[in-house]
Design a protein around this ligand. Structure first.
Ligand SMILES: C[S@@+](CC[C@H](N)C(=O)[O-])C[C@H]1O[C@@H](n2cnc3c(N)ncnc32)[C@H](O)[C@@H]1O
Length: 283
């Protein structure tokens, strides 16, 4: 296992908690880690990942990069797919998350690294494929990150991007318009300022010159507030009050409506997450 350090871009601090987890308080970074772990267990996120695994098609013997690997759960799943003759590089910006990933290591063929997906300290053409899940919405320059992912992937290798389209988030069962008001306030706090990353991925891969593109929108459906709260912080009453950027009273009014909709069985939320894959052309 190997670790290296990269410089921190101050602009990332202005974005979501996931942009620079190491800058968070101990309490917030624990909340973020628990949230990531719970999300990975959610059936809707697992459904998104199944689409992405099929789309990337990892094969035994391959060397893959999981860029923005968080606590390393997917890197270890990919390691199971590439087998003992393959290898997975699990790279994340956060040193503390990387340390957690190392703690959770299961003996599979994963190498853990810290680094910035926008400036990878890796040679050209060094991996057969890339997985990058729910990361680009948190970086300052997604196109630069994609160029880096393409640079380190050998010609013919596949890059699989998974990202959220927060602009697709919709609710039903609560008073008309209230969800939109809340979303306007939490944008840039709970969600990135760039709301539409998922739907932009395909055109970004086109612009980067990748071929054999596939793009699959997976609409996640949440039928209860409890299920939704795992993926959607804006319906999660456990999220500390001070993190909410809403005017006094709005959070409580909204969460009361969410709870009432849950109690009456009328709560509904949908969110589209895109899985977009392309092949790196010959150079
Ligand atoms: C929402 S989490 C997703 C983690 C993991 N891919 C998953 O699906 O569980 C976003 C991750 O991207 C990482 N990240 C954010 N900016 C990054 C950057 N510039 N380079 C590498 N990783 C970054 C964060 O530290 C965090 O682990």
């Amino acid at each position: 296992m190997e670790m290296n350090n990269c410089g921190m871009e101050p602009a990332q601090k202005d974005r979501t908690p996931f942009s620079d987890i190491d800058a968070l308080s101990a309490q917030m970074s624990e909340i973020v880690l628990d949230a990531l772990t719970a999300m990975g267990r959610h059936p809707e996120i697992q459904r998104v990942r199944r689409v992405a695994f099929d789309s990337l098609g990892p094969r035994p013997g391959q060397r893959l990069l999981d860029a923005g690997s968080g606590s390393g759960d997917v890197a270890r799943m990919l390691a199971g797919m590439v087998g003992g003759s393959g290898e997975v590089l699990a790279l994340d910006y956060s040193a503390s998350l990387t340390a957690t990933a190392i703690d959770r290591h299961d003996g599979s063929n994963v190498r853990y690294l810290t680094g910035d997906v926008c400036a990878l300290d890796l040679p050209d053409d060094c991996v057969d494929g890339v997985w990058c899940e729910r990361v680009l919405q948190h970086v300052d320059d997604a196109d630069r990150a994609i160029a880096e992912l393409a640079r380190v992937t050998r010609p013919g290798g596949r890059i699989c991007l998974v990202d959220t389209d927060w602009g697709s988030l919709a609710f039903d069962g609560m008073p008309a318009g209230l969800g939109e008001v809340v979303m306007a306030h939490v944008r840039g706090h709970f969600t990135p300022k760039q709301h539409d990353m998922g739907r932009t991925l395909r055109r970004r891969l086109v612009a980067a010159g990748l071929t054999r593109l596939t793009a699959t929108p997976v609409t996640c459906f949440f039928a209860t507030p409890e299920s939704a709260a795992v993926v959607l912080p804006m319906v999660n009453p456990e999220v500390p009050v001070e993190v909410w950027a809403t005017p006094p009273g709005l959070r409580d009014e909204w969460l009361a409506c969410v709870e009432a909709a849950g109690a009456s069985g009328t709560f509904l939320a949908v969110l589209t997450i895109w899985v977009v894959t392309g092949t790196v052309p010959g150079r």
